[in-house]
Design a protein around this ligand. Structure first.
Ligand code: EPU
Length: 339
């Protein structure tokens, strides 16, 4: 397995930030991955595993360690019963490519997750979600290589400890594993989820008379393209912040002070606030700091208009965070991994 030196990472992160890895390798199989992990240049305490680079902000220009890009691919049906098919995909497969593969076969469950940038491994890593569906709803199991012990472990949903954009791999077991494959459980007879208002509206605009996984996927793609910047054109990492949770009492208080504040009641009695609304109301939508900006159509997304550095984008995020805290008393949390 070839290990490169001083390898450029600009095209490997969707923010398009210029950074260099002291060492870089791109294993395309579990065997190659194991080989790299045994190389003396690999240091478990200082390393980085890259997937699609779509939820990441480099704030350092030189990463003085080995960066590993997981390129393990392959999609296969591993089993099937009366209602479900089980599809296993390599963690290095492109997520939207997997969605399109499943839609082509008519399998249901991930159509609402169309066009999310990144690779399959990010699905469980941060329990990706959009338009009323979360990854954990279609997850069956995954395999991951335990780096220190050099063995493959299987995780079911409970073991992954999924939360809102969270899993054990982002928290307790951070840096311990490389996810190698993910198996999804998809429906042969899809159950459609059009509860998210914008989907129903878009289907109407499209004149879609019959619901199908393909029509819902198309609606989701249309909505995303109308609101979210395409990372191939303008560097970004999707939502930069999470939508914060507050108590019902706090929400009631905020409603009296701020007309039109957007919140969604949760099962636990708390309320999830739309961070995009808070950021827009704090006056940030469309603003720039050099080449770093708050997107003009979706204030939750920070963008790189060209030559922004990771430090500049981080600084902009800090100013946004401070001003939302000052205006609403609500502390935003970054969703993107800062390296
Ligand atoms: N809003 C504003 N101004 C804005 C942006 C949003 O007022 O600039 C308001 C909207 O009017 C709406 C509410 O905020 O009432 C929610 O907006 P939207 O439907 O666009 O979703 P979001 O909460 O901002 C979340 C996810 C997205 C996901 C969408 C759709 C998070 C952090 N983000 O955004 O996920 O695509 O819902 O389900 O949960 C991502 O994680 O990278 C991501 C893009």
């Amino acid at each position: 397995m070839k290990i490169f030196e001083n390898h450029p990472l600009r095209t490997l992160n969707t923010f398009g930030i210029e950074a260099y890895a002291r060492y870089f390798a791109e294993p395309a199989s579990v065997a190659e991955l194991r080989g790299v992990l045994k190389d003396p240049r690999f240091n478990q305490a200082r390393n980085m595993i890259l997937g699609g680079g779509s939820n990441l902000l480099f704030t350092q220009t030189k990463l003085d360690y080995l960066v590993l890009k997981n390129n393990i691919t392959g999609i296969e049906k591993v089993k099937e019963d009366a209602d479900f098919v089980y599809i296993r995909a390599g963690a290095g497969e492109n997520w939207h490519g997997l969605v399109m593969h499943c839609i082509g076969k008519g399998y249901g469950g991930i159509e609402n997750l169309s066009l999310i940038p990144g690779n399959v491994g990010a699905g469980p890593m941060q329990n990706i979600g959009a338009y009323g569906v979360e990854f954990k709803e279609v997850f069956h199991e995954l395999e991951a290589l335990h780096i220190a012990e050099d063995h493959i472990e299987r995780f079911n949903a409970a073991q992954c400890r999924f939360g809102y954009r969270e899993s054990v791999f982002k928290r307790e077991a951070r840096g311990w594993y490389v996810i190698t494959s993910v198996t999804l459980r998809l429906r042969k007879k899809p159950v459609f989820n059009t509860a998210y208002g914008a989907i129903a509206k878009e289907l109407e605009v499209m004149g879609a008379t019959e619901l199908s996984v393909a029509s819902i996927s198309q609606a989701v793609c249309n909505i995303r393209r109308s609101k979210l910047p395409d990372p191939a054109v303008i560097g970004n990492a999707g939502s930069f912040f999470k939508n914060p949770e507050v108590s019902a009492e706090t929400f009631a208080l905020l409603q009296t002070g701020f007309l039109g504040i957007v919140g969604y009641p949760l099962d636990n009695g708390r309320v999830k606030l739309a961070a995009g609304w808070l950021i827009e109301q704090a006056g940030w939508k469309g603003r720039t700091l050099g080449d770093a900006g708050v997107h003009k159509l979706q204030a939750l997304v920070l963008v790189n208009y060209g030559k922004a550095t990771g430090k500049e984008i981080f600084e902009l995020s800090q100013q946004v965070l401070d001003s939302v805290l000052e205006k609403f008393g609500v502390r935003l949390e970054r969703e993107v991994n800062i390296v």
